[in-house]
Ligand binder design. Structure first.
Ligand SMILES: Cc1cc2nc3c(=O)[nH]c(=O)nc-3n(C[C@H](O)[C@H](O)[C@H](O)COP(=O)(O)OP(=O)(O)OC[C@H]3O[C@@H](n4cnc5c(N)ncnc54)[C@H](O)[C@@H]3O)c2cc1C
Length: 456
């Protein structure tokens, strides 16, 4: 089994043979972007579409797509994963519904650009299927469906019963599923690599092997020189805690995945899954799965959710216990794949703000940011990139009026409090899942966990 490196998606397409040139001395730009994941690349893409002469420079510590953008589960969901009511407290209900609509639109927009730019990212339109396997989960599923419908997703969310679920996918004990239409599956690294090439074609300067060491108004510092620019966009999501002064802004949350070997047709005959849906469940410690282009199953879930002191993983290598847990989920949901070899295991970090609500913005000093997507960055980063472009160009648009713009939640607590809080939250989630799997009613433990960390 391969570990990390940084993900199966690069084992699939190969790591870059050579890196792009690092920054060599001081330079000037109109917009400097820190981080070449989806957020930074989308921002650069839309900036150059709107203003082709703009000098846009991206500084990337490793290589374009090294972070979560090259490691994720490939769910292009357009889903709203945050707390509607929290945004509504400051913005009102209408603008939150506008944000929900904007999020739904990201799926078509990503696919439109991928087609226009000739990016082959194994994109396949499909439904999202979240399966409930015990009575407590059925209750949560119905509540979630009603909640999402009430906030504007009524046309794309519905539930199905056990027979219809089984007709789509043979997950043992499935009592029903929530179906979200209008979503898609992607190969993450192919998308980020294609985007990097697309922005270069538009004239963006992209430096790799260039670690930003400090950010100040008008100036980005690296060991190889500084870039001066009136607008600086910080697009480092789960890595933000490593930048000076930002250790407690967004918590680096870990997520891990495994990929099986390609499964033979007789195994697929047993599983079904002919619609290639992106599949998850209603556990509090939920999982996310995809059927890949060549018939592997990837299973993702939280590994060690958070490391003391906001530390990051080493080259995307998960620990043995995390791999065991992911494999157990694979065997539980897809017993027909029990004998399948696990070819790869990896992990990465995503960013979680203190209020668990994504944010994008640009302050009066020309310092911008995007992130805190809490696990839905594949689609959200596209909306963030379009919004950052409008903000950087000084345009007031429908996007810049959305309620996530300019949101500044308070910082996370110092250690050991944030480590204790997140650890306790996940322990409570696991206990709640065990109690519900034993046939118990919806457990209150998860709600206690959510209150501990302010998630809900
Ligand atoms: C395992 C996993 C599974 C996920 N699954 C899904 C999913 O299925 N669907 C979904 O919607 N979302 C998913 N997410 C979340 C999603 O992938 C991210 O939210 C999204 O990719 C973030 O993009 P980004 O460009 O903001 O950050 P990243 O892709 O993390 O890019 C940040 C970049 O900044 C660079 N950087 C960091 N520090 C510096 C520095 N000092 N100087 C210069 N560069 C620096 C990094 O090297 C990196 O390339 C998942 C995340 C993980 C980790």
């Amino acid at each position: 089994m391969r570990l990390g490196g940084p993900s199966f998606w690069y084992a699939d397409i190969g790591l870059p043979d050579t890196r792009r040139a690092a920054l060599a001395g001081d330079a000037e730009a109109d917009v400097a972007i820190v981080g070449a994941g989806y957020s930074g690349l989308w921002a650069a893409y839309y900036l150059k579409q709107a203003a082709p002469d703009l000098r846009v420079t991206i500084l990337e510590k490793h290589f374009a797509g090294f972070g979560a953008s090259g490691r994720n589960g490939g769910w292009l969901s357009g889903g709203f994963a945050w707390n509607h009511a929290r945004y509504a407290q400051t913005a009102g209900v209408g603008p939150v519904r506008a944000l929900v609509r904007a999020m739904m639109g990201t799926v078509d927009e990503v696919i439109r650009v991928a087609e226009a730019e000739g990016i082959d990212a194994d994109i396949r339109r499909c439904d999202e299927l979240l399966v409930a396997t015990n009575p407590a989960q059925v209750a949560r599923m119905q509540a979630e469906c009603d909640h999402r419908a009430a906030w504007g997703e009524e046309a794309r969310v519905h539930t199905i019963g056990p027979e219809e679920t089984r007709a789509r996918i043979a997950i043992p004990g499935a009592l029903g599923a929530m179906v979200v239409t209008g979503t898609a599956r992607i190969q993450p690294a192919k998308l980020v690599r294609g985007l990097a090439l697309a922005v270069e074609r538009l004239g963006v300067t992209l430096h790799e092997d260039t670690e930003v060491t400090a950010l100040a108004p008008g100036r980005v510092s690296t060991a190889r020189g500084a870039v001066t620019a009136p607008i600086i966009l910080r697009c480092t999501e789960g890595f933000t805690a490593t930048l000076p002064g930002l250790r407690r802004d967004w918590l680096p949350m870990n997520s891990a995945q495994i990929a099986t070997e390609p499964l033979p047709p007789e195994v697929w005959d047993q599983i079904g899954w002919a619609g290639h849906e992106i599949v998850g469940d209603f556990d509090h410690t939920y999982c996310y799965c995809q059927r890949t282009r060549e018939g592997r199953i990837t299973v993702g879930a939280r590994g060690v959710p958070y490391k003391f002191g906001s530390r990051l993983d080493h080259n995307g290598e998960p620990d043995a216990e995390t791999i065991r847990r992911l494999t157990a989920i694979l065997h539980r949901h897809f017993p027909a794949a029990r004998k399948a070899r696990i070819d790869h295991a990896w992990c990465g970090v995503l960013g979680v703000p203190r209020d668990w609500c994504a944010t994008v913005g640009l302050d009066a000093n020309g310092l911008g940011w995007a992130g805190g997507y809490v696990g839905t960055g594949v689609s959200t980063s596209n909306l963030a990139g379009r919004t950052l472009a409008d903000l950087a160009l000084g345009r007031q648009t429908d996007l810049t009026a959305l309620p996530w713009v300019g949101r500044r939640p308070r910082r996370w607590e110092p250690e050991p409090l944030r480590w204790l809080g997140v650890r306790a939250m996940y322990r409570l989630y696991s206990a709640a899942d065990r109690a519900e799997a034993a046939g118990g009613p919806p457990s209150r433990l998860a709600a206690i966990g959510n209150r501990l960390t302010g998630r809900a």
